[in-house]
Design a protein around this ligand. Structure first.
Ligand code: THU
Length: 130
C-alpha cells in the first residue's frame, strides 16, 4: 500500500467531533516501517493533537528517530498543509530533503519536502548544540 493510502486508511479513525475535519498521517521510518496517526480532538480545544504528531509519536515509541518520507491527507479543497507546530515536529526527525506528500481524499496531491515546509527553522545549531 502507498504511504498516501496508509494515511487515507488511518484517517477513518480520526476523532474530530468538533471540527469535523479528519486528518490522517503516515511516516516511514528509516527502517522502512510505517507509523500512523490521526487527529485526536478534545472538548478542551487546545488539548487536541494533530495527525502528524500522532504518527511521529508512534515512530518514536517504536524506537525510531529518523523519518524518510511523510504523507498527510484530509478532505480539503487543496492538499492539506501541516500546521506550523507540525512542521517543526517533522523537522526534528526528517532531513531537509525528506519527501512529503500532501493529499486530498479526492486525489489531488502536492509534493514537497520537510525543509521546504519550514525554511529558516529553529534547530540545534541555534543553541550551539549541532
Ligand atoms: N489538523 C491535523 O491533524 N493536521 C494538519 O496538518 C492540519 C490540522 C487537525 C487539527 C484539528 O483536529 C483539525 O485538523 C482542524 O484544525
Amino acid at each position: 500500500m502507498s504511504l498516501v493510502d496508509e494515511a487515507r486508511a488511518v484517517r477513518e479513525n480520526a476523532y474530530a467531533p468538533y471540527s469535523h475535519f479528519k486528518v490522517g498521517a503516515a511516516v516511514r521510518g528509516r527502517s522502512g516501517r510505517v507509523y500512523l496517526g490521526c487527529n485526536v480532538e478534545n472538548v478542551a480545544y487546545p488539548e487536541g493533537t494533530c495527525a502528524e504528531a500522532g504518527a511521529i509519536a508512534a515512530m518514536v515509541a517504536a524506537g525510531e528517530t529518523e523519518l524518510s518520507e511523510v504523507a498527510v491527507i484530509a478532505d480539503s479543497p487543496a492538499p492539506v498543509p501541516p500546521c506550523g507546530g507540525c512542521r517543526q515536529k517533522l523537522a526534528e526527525f526528517g532531513r531537509h530533503d525528506a519527501p512529503v506528500t500532501l493529499a486530498t481524499t479526492d486525489g489531488k496531491t502536492l509534493e514537497t519536502t520537510v525543509g521546504d515546509l519550514l525554511p529558516g527553522r529553529f534547530d540545534a545549531g541555534h543553541m550551539g548544540l549541532a
